[in-house]
Design a protein around this ligand. Structure first.
Ligand code: ZN
Length: 336
């Protein structure tokens, strides 16, 4: 997720509601072709979808976008598969923007098998919104039932190739990344983006996460990927520069954890506004003040007056930064 969200200081002029499918550079296109993958680069709120055509494991999609985009995800996957049935969904982690299409895809293809990282098992059977972060963040995800669990050390078939499963903690303790050693292609989820850093969610609730995020970057460096298919943004091959940028950002946040918490709060409000586009100012501030993740991140859970003051300050900062705009009693996305 989103939310795994990020700073939206410079949002695109208009957040794309449809998938953006520009032609990738020739070498990236050649690698994608060789591994039988299509990268569907989605606009926020949805994570990218990586579609693999038929192979021994059947057609597969890695990550499925946000709940409110699920119909579009189904249509894009149908288009990508050109009539083949989808056999498998694999999720890098279970933030709402990465698995929100799982239930819709399984309705469309009832034999679909959903494979998720094993760390989430206790929160899925039965479905537990609190354990899955959706209650804390007040984000939506339609419940689904997984058929298989993947864990570090496993090998899974995506298309015609075997991909290694590695642990990728930091952004989320139970996340995994997927690596194909012949082409040296990495599906990084939210563990590595090209130029920004995803929220380190454990740190928002008083648990350590910065060191684990460094370890995930060390692992990626050791794998020496040639091509990264990230959870958000275009495929990229400048892996060393991306790792270094993430390390710098991590070091800065570790030195000033309050800044990370405040940054995360603003990113999560931005994410919420991407879903709602426009809300009455009072309603937005009340939502921030009562939604658990903000109380935990801003350490005001037991002080309603402080929670309201910090919710107001967070909103005002987003307006001052130009991410949100005030229109009378309404707050709207600046691009909306
Ligand atoms: Zn995430």
């Amino acid at each position: 997720m989103l939310e795994s969200a990020i700073a939206f200081r410079s949002p695109p002029a208009r957040m794309p509601r449809t998938a953006v499918l520009p032609q990738p550079p020739t070498d990236i296109a050649a690698t994608l072709h060789s591994i039988g993958a299509q990268l569907l680069v989605r606009g926020w709120l949805s994570a990218n979808n990586i579609v693999f055509g038929d192979g021994p494991g059947g057609a597969t999609v890695v990550d499925t976008g946000y709940f409110s985009h699920a119909a579009q995800t189904v249509a894009l996957v149908e288009q990508g598969l050109q009539g083949q049935p989808l056999a498998q969904v694999v999720n890098t982690h279970l933030h709402s923007d990465h698995c929100g299409g799982n239930a819709s895809l399984q309705r469309r293809w009832p034999d679909l098998r959903i494979s998720v990282p094993a760390g989430y098992r206790a929160h899925l059977l039965p479905w537990d919104e609190s354990g899955l972060s959706y209650r804390d963040t007040d984000q939506q995800c339609e419940p689904f039932v997984p058929q298989a669990f993947i864990t570090a050390g496993d090998s899974i078939l995506l298309g015609r190739r075997a991909w290694q499963v590695h642990a990728a903690p930091g952004h989320d303790p139970d996340a995994v990344l997927l690596f194909e050693p012949d082409s040296r292609t990495l599906i990084s989820g939210d563990a590595l983006w090209e130029s920004r850093l995803a929220i380190i969610f454990p740190e928002l609730v008083g648990e350590p996460g910065f060191d684990a995020a460094h370890q995930a970057l060390d692992l990626i460096e050791a794998l020496q990927p040639r091509l990264v298919l990230p959870g958000h943004g275009q495929a990229f091959s400048g892996v060393a520069a991306a790792i270094e940028a993430s390390r710098q950002r991590l070091r800065a946040f570790a030195a000033a954890p309050l800044k990370h918490r405040q940054h995360a709060a603003r990113a999560l409000v931005s994410y919420h506004m991407l879903e709602h586009r426009s809300r009455p100012r009072a309603a937005l501030i009340a939502w921030i003040a009562r939604t658990p993740i903000f109380g935990k991140a801003l350490q005001c859970e037991s002080d309603p007056a402080l929670a309201l003051a910090l919710a107001t300050a967070t909103t005002d900062r987003l307006v001052a930064d130009g991410v949100l705009v005030q229109q009378g009693e309404l707050i709207a996305l600046a691009d909306g």
